[in-house]
Structures are given as C-alpha cells and as structure tokens.
Design a protein. Structure first.
Length: 201
C-alpha cells in the first residue's frame, strides 16, 4: 500500500512539473528511477521499522518483564542466539524482498495514475521507464535495504532485551525501537547513497 501510494503521488506530482517544461515523455523514466533508486527502499524501511521494530521491541520486552529470558539463561539456552539472531536475520533477508514488492506496486500504480490523466499503454510506459535502467541502478538500492533490516532487527532486539520498569517499560521499548530504527535508517541512507555513488558511478 505504501509503495502504491508513493507511485501514485510521484506520477501525479511529476506529471504537472514535467508538462510545465515540455518534458512529459520523461514521466515513465522519472517514476521508475525515483521509486527504484530511492523512494521505494526508504519507504519500505520506514514502514517495516514501524511495524516490525515495535513488534520485536514489545515481544522481547514482555519476555524480559515476565522473566522468560532469565529462564532461558538458567536453562543454558543463549537468548541472544535463539531470540535476537533469528529476528535480525529475518529482517535482513526480508527487507530486499519487501522492497521489490513495493517497487513493483509503485511502478504499476504510477502507470495507473499517469494513464488516468492522459492514456498511455502499459507496454509503452514500462518500455520507456526501464529503457535506461541497468543492474547498477537496480541492485545496489535494493540490497542496501538489507542494512535497514539489520538496523531494525538490532535496535528492536536491543530495546526489547533491555526493558526495565515492568509493563510501562515494554511500551517505552516499543516506542524507542520505532523512533531509533527510523532515525538510523535515514542516517544510514545518507551514507549508503554516497557509497553507492562512489562504487557504482
């Protein structure tokens, strides 16, 4: 839903701007490049941080408050390996896949929004949009979301496993996990974009 809404907004906003400069034919390329290279990955990371980050923080926080994690320690089971590592790995693996889904929905809905104002066939839209897209434009922005997944998993697990103060602390952990992971994703995006421009000019 977030990817689709981004595609619609991008198409509608860019269309009016490009028409002003007589460059409406560039609309498919602008929509595809903006979604694939930046908007799709960042929107996906922020949405997942709000959903999954809060979930991990609250889940592990409640386990900490109810002493389930202490019981695992007493049973000689490493809670970090059993609870934290699996969640971090899941976030790292799933973020690129979710980004692909968001990119697909964004591009398709961008075509739908564009064709509502001035009809254009899907074949022409996608051919024009993907004509100049190479693997260097597509793979690095998608894979950088694995870093976002690692940030979400690590921050959520850290906040959840360091809860103090009972059930009130669980709420604080969930909130902190969302806020910190979103902030770190934005900061990481600045660094990763610069690195991508250096290694994939």
């Amino acid at each position: 839903m977030a990817g689709a809404a981004t595609g619609v907004v991008m198409a509608l906003q860019m269309q009016s701007s490009l028409v002003r400069f007589g460059a409406r034919s560039f609309l498919p390329a602008v929509v595809v490049f903006s979604i694939v290279k930046e908007t799709g990955p960042v929107i996906t990371g922020l949405v997942v941080s709000g959903r999954v980050g809060a979930g991990i923080g609250a889940e592990l926080g409640s386990m900490k408050v109810t002493e389930q994690i202490d019981a695992m320690d007493a049973s000689a089971v490493d809670p970090f390996k059993y609870l934290a590592a699996t969640r971090v790995a899941a976030c790292i693996l799933m973020l690129p896949l979710l980004t692909l889904a968001a990119d697909f929905c964004g591009v398709v809905m961008g075509w739908v929004a564009a064709t509502l104002t001035q009809p254009v066939t899907a074949q022409l839209f996608f051919q024009s949009g993907f004509k100049d897209v190479s693997f260097h434009d597509f793979i690095p922005p998608t894979l950088k979301t694995a870093v976002y997944g690692g940030i979400i998993g690590i921050v959520g697990c850290f906040q959840g496993m360091n809860v103090k103060g009972g059930t009130e602390g669980v709420g604080r952990a969930a909130t902190s996990a969302v806020v910190l992971s979103s902030l770190f994703i934005i900061l990481a995006d600045v660094v990763l974009v610069r690195l991508i421009l250096v290694f994939f000019p």
